[in-house]
Structure formats: structure tokens, C-alpha cells
Design a protein around this ligand. Structure first.
Ligand SMILES: *Cc1c(COP(=O)(O)O)cnc(C)c1O
Length: 523
């Protein structure tokens, strides 16, 4: 018997169990694909190079005598290998990527076109500055936009990711305390329990002791607890706003007042800037340092290895300690201040070689200029509207972690509603994969039991949101109706089932070794 489910496609009950396994491992025109090393291409090559003109070499004894041990594939074989692998993965170009805290939004193609202009993509970081004036001007303009949007007087562009930006911010804070002779006494950094793991990790990495700040029942920083922990031994607080529960910190002005009163600095984790860009200037909230994930808010690609960019805006109090390099201009054009001397004598040093991720700067500025300031404000408004739409349409079936009032850019549910179903958050997420949807962020923030954190971003249309919501509702209905098998064995339709994720993280197998008896020497 065929029934119509709420997603609108015909489906047979227990379809999952009755489907025969395929004979080849392929399915529905998708090929099963092996490791490149397991192809039969040894001894083959896809290119035809002329013989070298001389047989001499400067390498002496270091010349390789054995085969290099790399598989050889023709051009079409190489193409197919990587395209087949790509089909096993999810991408923002395929469907919604509802990972909370990640801001996985559409990356306009215009950004890519701009980043590929030879004047940006073919330059070298060691080129004379007179030959890269346009690139320096672009960095200067990006810095201007970031400072204007955040209401902060300075920005360090070079950090290469959000976590790297946190490191930059805390190093500037440490340098400021050192300059005041207070570093020895200020050894603590206060971090709320809902913080992203990179916050305490960064503080510990810079040598601080991390002290947790409690959270109120409505998901905000407990100001009384914060006040009781602030003192002459505290270097900084690290607060995310909007926080990782998807909520605006209502007491943010009081938080920054108390922090400054105690002589500490206010580091704001700006990964969620997407929710307030164009609406709120962190500088007006008393923030001293905040990283901006260009690869989240400003739509440069991320996931699958980056590269990212995490510029850090700095308050007046910290500006002098920003790491080199930065761009300055005068009548003769643009110039990079490269060293911790002269105008940069208080800089805490450099964070990385060269100037940071040029391609990401181009993409981010291209995004800003194509939206304009009014467009950027609409980004925040639409992102928040979309999240609230999801929250409103799922709250009768699933349990919102903080039911009272609207959320910001992400809707957070706990697993209360799954009680008694024998289905866990993990099972539910795996079943979403079978339905064609990438799961939301799970079990984060840690303060919410069995958390499901859904961030749609502004680039999902109502139609896409409805498709996602109907799938979630159908699955929630199945869980409540006792269809446990659909969840426990999921994913049934993905090429990989449930991996031992702990082992994969702790003991990754990163090296292929030739099978016993083969004469292939991979190196
Ligand atoms: C993404 C994120 C970070 C870290 O940013 P990366 O660019 O991944 O290093 C830090 N804090 C929060 C809240 C985030 O969502």
C-alpha cells in the first residue's frame, strides 16, 4: 500500500527494510569508489613529459632510486575519482546545511569571480609593495568596512580562522596587561559554560587559568556569578554574543561595565555576528576585542578544510598591541607596516608569515560591496526571521531549549521531547541523512541536554525551509509513533554508516600501506 507522507512524496511503509542491497555497492547511478591507491593505475601516467635534456642532477646522493609509489591515472580517471568522491559529500550548493554556530550560507559566485582576478590571485606576498597597490587598497577597504560595521577603531586582518583570532585577541590583552605591569597578577580568564570549545582552549593556550561562569535558566550569562568572580586576578572575560544558545545577551552592557570596572578586558567571540551585522555595533557594547569569521558572516567558503579568515577588531585600549602587519596610506599610496618597530613598537609581534588570506579578503569585500550597508542589515534580519520560523513551526512537536521569547539566528531544541521513544539525538540526526538532509549541530552547546542547534541562515528560501521543516516533522512523528528501527539503524542510505567517531579522531589512519605481497612502495 502506498501512502503520501507529509513531505509530499509517495512512500511505502517499511520501505527501508525491504530494499535489496545492490550487487556492486553502487546505488542509483552513484558509483562505489575505492581509495585512489586501490585503483589499478600503478605504472600509468596521465601526462606525457619530454625526457629531461641532461642526465646530470644537483642532488648527488639524494637522487631517488626507487619508484615514487604514487598511483597513476589518466585525466578522465582522475576526474571521475574526485567527482565520485564529491558526490558522497554534502555541500551548501546541494541543500540546506543547518549546522548551528557554523553559519553555512550560500557563497555568491561573484565573490569567486573577484578572487580569481589575476591582480589578486597571481600576486606573491614578497612582491614589492609598489606593484601590489590594488591589493593593499583592498585590504584597507576591508579594514574600513569591518571597523565601521563593528564600531571599533582598529582591526588585525591576519588571523587565519576564528580560533586564531581568539589567540590574537588574548595575546593583545596579555600585551596590554604586561604594558601596565599587571600581567603577573591577572592570571584568570572567565568563560561562560555555554562557550564554544575554542574559547577555553585559547585561554589555556595563552597560559591563563579558565574559570567557568554559570548560566541563568533562560540561557544567558549569570551576571551575579560573573560579578562574584571578577577581581584584580582576572585578565579578561570571553563572551559570545549572540551566544551559542542563539540568544542575545540581554545584560551585555552590565557585563562590560563590570568587566572594565574590575580592570579586565572584554573579549567577544564574534562567530555569531551574522545575527546582528548592520544592526548592532559591538564597539557600542564595550567590547575590547572580537574576531569576525569572514568564512561565516561574510560568506567565504568553509568546511572541508578552509581556508578561513578571522580578523580581530580592537578597542582603543588594545589597538596599539595589534600584531603586524597592517596597511597605512599617505600621499604616495598604500604601505604595509611589517615590523614591531616605529609605529608598531607596541605590537605583540606577528601571528603568521605574510599578510593573511588574500583570497578571503577579496571574497568578503565583494560580498559587502554587493550587499551594501542596507543589504547587510537585511542579512541579519532575514537570518533571525528564518530561525524563528523554524522554531515556531517545530515547537509543538519538539521541545525548544528556551521556549520563552524569540531566538536570534539559530533555533535550539533539547531532547526532552524524545523521552520514552528510545530514539536519541544522534539517532534522529542519522535518520535525517536518510531523508536527504544534513543534520543540525548536535550535543552543543553542552549546557543543553541532547542539544539540536539549527541555523538556517538568511539564504534559505521559505520553500526550502518548509521542505526541511516537513522532513523534521515527519521524522519527529515517526519517533513518537515508535518507529524505532528507522532511527537505530540509520543511516541506511549513506555510503558510510555509523563510524567509531572517537577512534577516528584519536587514531586516524592517515597512511595507506600496500597490501602484503604487492611490489608497490608507497611513500
Ligand atoms: C566557528 C566558531 C569558532 C571558531 O572559528 P573557526 O574559524 O572555526 O576557528 C569560535 N566560536 C564560535 C561560537 C564558533 O561558532
Amino acid at each position: 500500500m502506498s501512502t503520501m507522507n507529509t513531505v509530499g512524496r509517495p512512500t511505502t511503509p517499511n520501505q527501508v527494510e525491504t530494499k535489496p542491497a545492490t550487487l556492486t555497492g553502487g546505488r542509483g547511478l552513484l558509483q562505489d569508489e575505492h581509495l585512489i591507491f586501490e585503483s589499478d593505475g600503478w605504472g600509468k601516467t596521465g601526462v606525457d613529459l619530454p625526457e629531461p635534456k641532461t642526465d646530470g642532477s644537483d642532488l648527488g646522493d639524494l637522487v631517488r632510486r626507487d619508484p615514487i609509489g604514487l598511483p597513476g591515472l589518466s585525466e578522465p580517471e582522475t576526474m571521475r575519482h574526485y567527482v565520485r568522491l564529491s558526490q558522497k559529500n554534502h555541500a551548501i550548493d546541494l541543500a540546506i546545511y543547518p549546522l548551528g554556530s557554523c553559519t553555512m550560507k550560500h557563497n555568491p559566485r561573484l565573490n569567486e569571480k573577484m578572487a580569481r582576478l589575476p591582480g589578486f590571485s597571481d600576486i606573491h606576498p614578497l612582491q614589492p609593495q609598489s606593484t601590489v597597490q590594488g591589493a593593499l587598497e583592498l585590504m584597507d577597504q576591508l579594514a574600513h568596512w569591518l571597523k565601521t560595521l563593528t564600531g571599533m577603531p582598529a582591526v588585525a586582518l591576519s588571523p587565519k580562522a576564528g580560533a586564531h583570532g581568539e589567540l590574537c585577541g588574548l595575546m593583545a590583552i596579555r600585551a596590554a596587561h604586561e604594558a601596565k605591569g599587571e600581567h603577573e597578577q591577572r592570571r584568570k580568564v572567565l568563560v561562560p559554560t555555554s562557550a564554544h570549545g575554542t574559547n577555553p582552549a585559547t585561554a589555556a593556550f595563552v597560559g591563563y587559568t579558565v574559570v567557568e561562569v554559570a548560566q541563568t535558566d533562560d540561557g544567558r550569562v549569570d551576571v551575579a556569578d560573573l560579578a562574584s568572580k571578577l577581581g584584580p586576578d582576572v585578565a579578561a572575560i570571553m563572551v559570545t554574543n549572540p551566544n551559542t544558545c542563539g540568544l542575545f545577551e540581554r545584560d551585555i552592557l552590565e557585563i562590560s561595565r563590570l568587566t572594565h570596572e574590575a580592570g579586565a578586558y572584554f573579549y567577544c567571540d564574534g562567530a555569531n555576528f551574522n545575527a546582528i551585522v548592520g544592526r548592532v555595533r559591538p564597539g557600542d557594547l564595550g567590547v575590547d576585542a572580537m574576531h569576525i569569521n569572514l568564512h561565516k558572516t561574510f560568506s567565504t567558503p568553509h568546511g572541508g578544510g578552509g581556508p578561513g579568515a578571522g580578523p580581530v577588531v580592537l578597542s582603543e585600549a588594545l589597538a596599539a598591541f595589534a600584531p603586524a602587519p597592517w596597511v597605512v596610506s599617505d600621499g604616495d599610496g598604500f604601505k604595509l607596516v611589517e615590523r614591531e618597530e616605529a609605529e608598531a613598537e607596541q605590537a605583540f609581534g606577528r601571528l603568521c608569515a605574510f599578510q593573511g588570506q588574500m583570497g578571503m579578503y577579496v571574497r568578503a569585500l565583494s560580498y559587502m560591496m554587493s550587499h551594501g550597508s542596507d543589504g547587510l542589515r537585511q542579512v541579519a534580519e532575514d537570518a533571525v526571521l528564518n530561525a524563528n520560523y523554524i522554531k515556531a513551526r517545530l515547537s509543538d512537536l519538539m521541545s525548544p531549549a528556551f521556549p520563552d521569547g524569540p531566538c536570534m539566528h539559530e533555533a535550539l531544541f533539547d531532547d526532552e521531547w524524545l523521552k520514552g521513544t528510545d530514539v536519541t539525538t544522534l539517532d534522529f540526526a542519522k535518520a535525517m541523512i536518510d531523508e536527504g538532509f544534513h543534520p543540525m549541530t548536535m550535543y552543543f552547546p553542552l549546557v543543553v541536554h541532547g542539544a539540536m542547534l539549527i541555523e538556517p541562515t538568511e539564504t534559505e528560501s521559505k520553500q526550502e525551509l518548509d521542505r526541511f521543516i516537513e522532513a523534521m516533522r515527519a521524522l519527529a512523528g515517526a519517533a513518537k509513533a515508535g518507529d524505532v528501527d528507522r532511527f537505530k539503524g540509520a543511516p541506511f542510505h549513506a555510503p558510510m554508516k555509523r563510524l567509531d567517531e572517537t577512534r577516528a579522531a584519536r587514531q586516524p589512519v592517515l597512511r595507506w600501506t600496500a597490501p602484503e605481497g604487492s611490489n608497490i612502495a608507497a611513500e
